[in-house]
Design a protein around this ligand. Structure first.
Ligand SMILES: Nc1nc2c(ncn2[C@@H]2O[C@H](COP(=O)(O)OP(=O)(O)OP(=O)(O)O)[C@@H](O)[C@H]2O)c(=O)[nH]1
Ligand SMILES: [Mg+2]
Length: 231
């Protein structure tokens, strides 16, 4: 299981390993030295929504999936990364995305928007509804290149995130943690929040990517990661 490093990625090949998971080493040449931020989105297509593995698309494009609790900003991040304001529906209420939505960018890279795991204030029924689908996804996508795990920068990761990490570790896929909505915090609050998130995942603070769909912070770094891992 490996975590991809946020700040240092691109300049040096860096991965830190989750201590209590069986480590999978990336070959050093799998992470090439930093080139430049130049990913261009030429086109984006919505492919389909699927509620079962048998309905997932059967193309073999490299795939990048976005996991996280409801309302962490998964759909907004996909809109931001693709430069399309309303490609994916987003919303103030948790539980907007109910199926796995697949998109293809530039005819050769697949993005999967996952339903969110609800917050405590949503009923247990709703909260647990999407977990089987999320797990089914994780165990049925050999083309998955990176699992992006989104955490609202103002929240402390917990059982849900650990569960996702363990499932992804079981498939030997890399995880990149993204702290979302960083526009909500000041610089000093961010440093503190990133420390908290990193310590919950037992990784160093460089392993946490920051993003804001509002200010587009983090876009280039995440584009770079996608480019590196889709080659
Ligand atoms: N300030 C700020 N708000 C954001 C950001 N990203 C998302 N939001 C807001 O947070 C809410 C939830 O965003 P979504 O993108 O729908 O979240 P989601 O993770 O897809 O939610 P589910 O589909 O319910 O799992 C919306 O009201 C967004 O406008 C961000 O970077 N900054
Ligand atoms: Mg969504």
């Amino acid at each position: 299981m490996l975590f991809l490093s946020g700040k240092i990625f691109g300049k040096t090949a860096v991965n830190t390993f989750l201590q209590h998971q069986p480590a999978v080493k990336l070959r050093a040449d799998a992470v090439r030295p930093f080139k430049e931020f130049n990913m261009k989105i030429k086109n984006v297509k919505f492919i389909k929504s699927a509620g079962k593995a048998k309905d997932f698309p059967d193309y073999d494009y490299p795939e990048f999936a976005f996991f996280g609790r409801s309302n962490t900003g998964k759909s907004s991040l996909i809109n931001m990364l693709t430069g399309r304001k309303s490609l994916v529906k987003t919303g103030a209420k948790p539980g907007v995305t109910k199926l796995v939505n697949f998109f293809v960018i530039n005819d050769n890279i697949s993005l999967a928007d996952m339903p969110g795991y609800g917050y405590a204030r949503v009923s247990k029924n709703i909260r647990e509804k999407f977990m089987p689908l999320i797990k089914e996804y994780i165990s049925n996508r050999p083309t998955l290149k990176i699992a992006f795990l989104l955490v609202d920068i103002r929240r402390v990761p917990g059982d849900f995130e650990r569960d996702i990490v363990a499932s992804i570790a079981g498939q030997n896929r890399p995880v990149a943690v993204i702290a979302t909505k960083c526009d909500k915090l000041s610089k000093s609050q961010r440093i503190k929040a990133v420390k908290t998130i990193a310590s919950e995942f037992m990784v160093d603070t460089n392993s946490i990517f920051l993003s804001s769909s509002k200010t587009r912070e983090g876009k280039d770094e995440i584009h770079n990661l996608i480019e590196e891992f889709s080659g």
